[in-house]
Design a binder for this molecule. Structure first.
Ligand SMILES: C[S@@+](CC[C@H](N)C(=O)[O-])C[C@H]1O[C@@H](n2cnc3c(N)ncnc32)[C@H](O)[C@@H]1O
Length: 271
């Protein structure tokens, strides 16, 4: 289960890659814009503001996220289930991206920080690109930090004797995403002109209490599968066990924890 409020604790840091991605989409007057895995909708709304003439849709498999999107500040629910925003209108739906097929009016697809959760998403990208009309855009961003110290520490703890029987299988679920070259080749093969790149952001997280800020960060995303498998006491114990490794890997400097975070981007325009 996704918790929108925990996820949004770092809304600024999590939002920046979306804005960097969308800045590279050169669509002028799209008819339909779809945000796949839209989460709490705070970023989807910016698509409606950028393209006020477009029909903007946000799809997400989490009912909690869609509920949050529909009640975001500044949005007003309308009768048809769509949500009016300042710049236009966004229609939110609970849906799995694996079932998504672009309709004939779709001119822009965005999917930000989602596909790392979807095994075999490369085939989905190929299918979406095949269904798009000439000139339409497909833009994606995925975290590429599976080998960062935070994730190594997480995997090591899951595989330790204390947790292996309950959490050992999570190690196999680490999603290896392609790098920029991998996405560029895949999308060129699917008939697109591609711009692909990688960025390492430096998130500067203030130390604000007993919990290490990287632990707080992970709780909103990478630790979700752990949370799903543990009861409350186990969850507290697991987090307490992870904290020392994070303190060693990311020591604070003058009250700030510097947290490098690599992300992989691609925008593709159908030829
Ligand atoms: C890290 S959040 C990103 C949310 C938003 N795109 C953003 O950038 O803030 C990942 C989102 O992907 C959604 N998600 C994961 N797998 C999905 C799937 N198979 N179909 C639809 N949504 C999915 C989750 O429910 C979650 O809201």
């Amino acid at each position: 289960m996704w918790n929108p409020d925990i996820y949004l604790r770092f809304a600024d840091e999590r939002g920046r890659p979306f804005h960097d991605l969308v800045a590279r989409i050169a669509a002028d007057d799209p008819r339909e814009v779809v945000d796949l895995g839209c989460g709490p909708g705070n970023l989807t709304e910016t698509l409606a503001a950028r393209w006020p003439g477009a029909r903007v849709r946000g799809l997400d498999s989490s009912a909690e996220m869609i509920e949050k999107a529909k009640t975001q500040g500044g949005s007003v629910a309308t009768q048809g289930g769509s949500v009016a925003t300042q710049g236009g209108s966004v229609a939110y739906e609970v849906a799995d991206v694996r079932d998504y097929v672009p309709g004939p009016d779709v001119d822009v697809i965005t999917t930000n920080a989602v596909l790392q959760w979807v095994p075999g998403h490369e085939q989905l990208l190929t299918a979406w690109a095949a269904a798009l009309r000439s000139g339409a855009w497909l833009a994606l961003q995925v975290p590429g930090n599976q080998d960062a110290p935070a994730h190594l520490a997480l995997r090591e703890l899951c595989g330790s004797p204390r947790w292996a029987d309950r959490l050992g299988e999570l190690d196999d679920q680490v999603r290896r995403v392609p790098d920029a070259t991998g996405y560029a080749r895949l999308l060129r093969d699917a008939g697109c002109d591609v711009d692909a790149w990688e960025t390492e952001y430096l998130h500067q997280l203030p130390v604000g209490g007993p919990e290490h800020p990287v632990l707080t960060w992970l709780s909103g995303t990478a630790l979700r599968p752990v949370r799903a498998l543990l009861d409350d006491a186990g969850w507290d114990e697991f987090r307490a066990g992870l904290q020392p490794a994070l303190e060693r890997a990311y020591p604070p400097y003058a009250g700030i924890v510097d947290f490098p975070f690599r992300r992989v981007f691609a925008t593709a325009r159908k030829r």
